[in-house]
Design a protein around this ligand. Structure first.
Ligand code: CA
Length: 426
């Protein structure tokens, strides 16, 4: 176990019960203090810690050498490119500096005034510059629900589904950080019973509850990443809301798959939680049947017990939790996803992002999209204010949260928050 994961560690920074960010987490993000440029940070409790100041003040001198510049960059790409051995050392060092009995910073209020920031006073940015983005389709419950609704309940899964982690290449440029508002997209749709499409605002606006992993290491074109090495390439994970325009999707997706129904915005939580921090939360995944091909075989626990939830908050109303799911339900694990992605020689890079696909659980209250929760609009979902939703309304805010918990330690992801604005006039 990393020392940073020790459940008995406490920080001299105040951490409330149920905080996503105890000293055992130490996630990485990019923030800007008022009037200053974006830079790398971590967070303990509700206190954001400026890593550039720690680097400047020499606190990392025993672990850094030529890596110094990465602490002043406006994305984490350079920092995570230094490799997991380095980022694990860095996480342990941060943990040591903020441990309860370490007086170095604890007793230096002048240093604290330029190093520590209240979460509410700072702006968070995209943690990485995403070069390439892939979206998988790895929840068997989700794929079965969608296949049942749109094709054939007896043959809900396509024949390939249990043999490979299905995915498609998505759009990196429209992945945005939590707090970014997104307009309802305009597009082409074909109404039921019509033979000509119309143009206008999407009517079936949806979310997809997903998580995404980020690679911190690249491979050379032509050199597949083997399954046993795959996790060495994966730096950490975020919550990922894959906004989806169902009516646009239905008309456009044949035969090449999702396009404009998916690339108008995907909203991530701002802190990347490292795989190191998630180590204590590994669990067995679902049994894979039939047996997978040899290149996808794995040892050990490759799924993660991460509780996930989605809430809808209407304008001027309280939020209602509409779904509770878990990352552990994923049929295909992240090591298999990355291995399959590169098995043909495809090269990946630090900062690339790979979403899981909608993570639905086995019960109706654990489905990860409105499409499934309302079963294609047949069963509206009731909100606390008495209103109902088949899909998402204008001015609704979609909030996704996630955390793992055991041994009295809760390692969380914070939130992905997105308000849906009316369509722009075209
Ligand atoms: Ca998706």
């Amino acid at each position: 176990m990393n020392n940073a994961n020790n459940p008995s560690l406490k920080s001299w920074i105040d951490v409330k019960n149920n905080s996503d960010f105890p000293i055992q987490n130490i996630p990485f993000g990019i923030f800007s203090p008022k009037g200053k440029s974006p830079r790398p940070a971590t967070i303990i409790g509700e206190t954001v810690i400026d890593l550039s100041v720690l680097a400047e003040e020499g606190f990392f001198d025993d672990i850094i050498d030529e890596e110094y510049d990465a602490f002043f960059a406006s994305s984490l790409n350079d920092l995570i490119s230094l490799g997991k051995e380095f980022t694990a050392k860095l996480r342990n060092k941060i943990s040591e500096l903020f441990s309860y009995d370490n007086e170095l910073i604890r007793d230096d209020s002048e240093l604290q005034s330029k190093l520590l920031f209240k979460q509410e006073d700072v702006e968070m940015h995209m943690p990485v510059e995403v070069g390439d983005y892939t979206d998988f389709y790895s929840s068997i419950e989700h794929a079965t629900n969608v296949g049942t609704m749109f094709r054939d309940p007896d043959n809900a899964l396509f024949p390939n589904w249990r043999h490979l982690p299905v995915g498609y290449h998505g759009r990196a440029s429209s992945i945005v950080v939590s707090g970014t508002d997104i307009h309802r997209p305009n597009g082409q749709t074909l109404a039921a019973g019509e033979d000509k499409p119309v143009f206008g605002p999407c009517r079936l606006f949806d979310f997809e509850l997903e998580m995404a992993f980020i690679t911190g290491k690249g491979n050379k074109l032509g050199n597949p990443v083997k399954l046993e090495d795959a996790e060495d390439y994966i730096f950490g994970m975020v919550i990922f809301n894959d906004l989806s325009a169902r009516d646009i999707q239905k008309w456009e997706y044949v035969p090449l798959g999702p396009f404009l129904a998916k690339n108008f915005g995907s909203v991530i939580s701002p802190w990347i939680v490292t795989l190191d921090a998630l180590e204590p939360f590994r669990v067995k995944g679902p049994k894979q049947e039939p047996e997978v091909l040899p290149y996808l075989k794995f040892d050990g626990n490759r799924n993660f017990d991460i509780n996930l939830e989605v809430a809808i908050q209407p304008e001027n109303g309280d939020e209602t939790i509409v779904s509770k799911s878990n990352h552990k339900y994923l049929y295909w694990n992240i090591a298999q996803q990355l291995t399959h992605h590169t098995v043909n020689g495809c090269n990946i890079k630090p900062g690339d992002m790979y979403a899981s696909g909608t993570i639905s659980g086995p019960t109706k209250d654990s489905f990860g999209s409105m499409l499934e929760l309302s079963w294609g609009g047949k069963n509206p979902v009731s909100l606390k204010d008495g209103s109902e939703r088949k899909f998402i309304n204008d001015l609704d805010t979609i909030i996704m949260r996630g955390y793992a918990e055991n041994n009295g330690v809760r390692v969380g992801f914070g939130k992905s928050v997105c308000k849906v604005l009316p369509a722009k006039k075209y």
